[in-house]
Design a protein around this ligand. Structure first.
Ligand code: KG4
Ligand code: ZN
Length: 345
C-alpha cells in the first residue's frame, strides 16, 4: 500500500509518475525532447542531459501535484538506474537520491528494461510465465519471464536495435527523427513487396537479431538506381521520388516486422509458453501490433501489448516495478550509481 513516485530519465524523455497501491496511475508526466534532437537526426547525449536537469524538478512537481498528494505522503521513490545514457541516468538517480534522503523514504533502483517488460501490467493482468519482446531504440531483447526479477534472456540483437534501424533508415530517407513514426507514416502509401530486403538471421534460426544488413541493403537499392550520381546525400536524390521512398519505407517496415513476429512465435514454440508480451517504443507501430495480434487467431497465442503511451519511455512502468520491490523490501542506499550497461536475465 502507498504512493510510489517513479522517475525515468535514461534517454531523451524526462518522466515522473505517481502510482497508488501499485495499481492506480494517479499521474504520468512525460517531457519530450524531440525539438532539440530532431535537427541532428538522433539523440545528442550532452543536450539530453542538460534538458533533463532543466525539467526534472518541474516534472516531478507536476506529477505529485496532479496525483493530488503532497511530497511528504510518498512512500518510496523508484528510479531508472540503467541501462541508458550515463549523464541522463545520473540526473534522475541524483534527484531520486535527494528526495529519498530529504523525505526519509526508501530508494528503489529499477532497470529500464524491466520497466518495459511489465508496462502492460499497468492496464492488464498478465498471466505468468510469458515470452517478452522488448523492442526499443536501444534494445531488441527476447526474454522468458517467470516473475518479477526472474528473467532469462533468449536472444538479442547482434548489431542495431529495431528502433535504431527505423531511426537510421529514416535518416537515409530524409524523414527525420524519431524514425519509427516517420517511416510508419511514409509507408502508408508504399508497396511493401516492391523492394526485396534481407531478413537477417531469420533462416539461421535461434533468437538473436540483426538489422544492420537491412540498412545497408536500403542504401544499395538507392545507389543501384542512381549509379550515375555521386551519392553524398541520398535524401537529396530522393527528392521528387516520393513513391520510391514510400516503397522503401513499407518494404523495410514489413521486413523488420516479419523478423520480430517469427522470432517471437518460434520462442513460444520452443518454450511451450503461449503468452507474448510486446513492449518498447517500436511496439507503437500499428502494423507490428496487428501482425502480433494475428498470432492469437492463427496460433492460439495470447498477445499482450501496452497502450502506445506505455510502450514508449514513461515513469509509470518504473513506479510499477518499484512497487513490486517495495512490497518485498528490496531497497537501494544512497551509494546507488547509474549503470549505463546494466542488463537483466
Ligand atoms: O522505448 P523507447 O521510447 O526508448 C528507448 O528505450 O529506446 O523507444 C524509442 C524507439 C525509437 O527508435 C523510435 O523510432 C521507435 O521507438 N518508435 C517506433 C514507433 N514509435 C517509436 N518504431 C516504429 N514504429 C513506430 N510507430
Ligand atoms: Zn525505453
Amino acid at each position: 500500500m502507498g504512493y510510489i513516485l517513479g522517475i525515468e530519465s535514461s534517454c531523451d524523455e524526462t518522466a515522473a509518475a505517481v502510482l497508488k497501491d501499485g495499481r492506480y496511475i494517479l499521474s504520468s508526466i512525460i517531457g519530450f525532447q524531440w525539438d532539440i534532437h530532431s535537427k541532428y537526426g538522433g539523440i545528442v547525449p550532452e543536450l539530453a542531459c542538460r534538458r533533463h536537469i532543466e525539467v526534472i524538478y518541474p516534472i516531478v512537481n507536476e506529477a505529485v501535484e496532479k496525483a493530488g498528494i503532497k511530497l511528504s505522503e510518498l512512500s518510496a521513490v523508484a528510479v531508472t538506474s540503467g541501462p541508458g545514457l550515463i549523464g541522463a541516468l545520473l540526473v534522475g538517480v541524483s534527484f531520486a537520491k535527494a528526495l529519498s534522503y530529504s523525505l526519509n523514504i526508501p530508494l528503489i533502483s529499477v532497470n529500464h528494461l524491466e520497466g518495459h517488460l511489465w508496462a502492460v501490467n499497468l492496464t492488464h493482468r498478465v498471466q505468468k510465465p510469458f515470452i517478452a519482446l522488448v523492442v526499443s531504440g536501444g534494445h531488441t531483447n527476447l526474454y522468458m519471464v517467470k516473475d518479477v526479477g526472474d528473467y532469462k534472456l533468449l536472444g538479442n540483437t547482434l548489431d542495431d536495435a529495431a528502433g535504431e534501424a527505423f531511426d537510421k533508415v529514416s535518416k537515409i530517407l530524409g524523414l527525420g527523427y524519431p524514425g519509427g513514426p516517420a517511416i510508419e507514416k511514409c509507408a502508408e502509401s508504399g508497396d511493401a513487396d516492391a523492394i526485396a530486403l534481407p531478413r537477417g538471421l531469420l533462416k539461421k534460426g535461434g533468437f538473436d537479431f540483426s538489422f544492420s544488413g537491412m540498412k545497408t541493403a536500403v542504401l544499395s537499392v538507392i545507389k543501384s538506381r542512381y549509379s550515375y550520381a555521386h551519392v553524398d546525400d541520398i535524401s537529396e536524390i530522393l527528392c521528387g521520388e516520393d513513391q520510391l521512398r514510400s516503397d522503401i519505407a513499407a518494404s523495410f517496415q514489413k521486413a523488420v516486422i516479419d523478423i520480430l513476429v517469427l522470432k517471437s512465435l518460434s520462442a513460444v514454440q520452443k518454450t511451450g509458453i503461449n503468452r507474448i508480451v510486446l513492449s518498447g517504443g517500436v511496439a507503437c507501430n500499428k502494423l507490428l501490433r496487428e501482425k502480433m495480434k494475428e498470432l492469437e487467431v492463427k496460433e492460439g497465442i495470447t498477445v499482450y501489448i501496452p497502450e502506445p503511451k506505455f510502450c514508449t519511455d514513461n515513469a509509470a512502468m518504473i513506479a510499477w516495478v518499484g512497487y513490486q520491490y517495495y512490497k518485498k523490501g528490496i531497497f537501494s542506499d544512497l551509494k546507488l550509481n547509474p549503470d549505463a550497461q546494466s542488463s537483466i536475465g
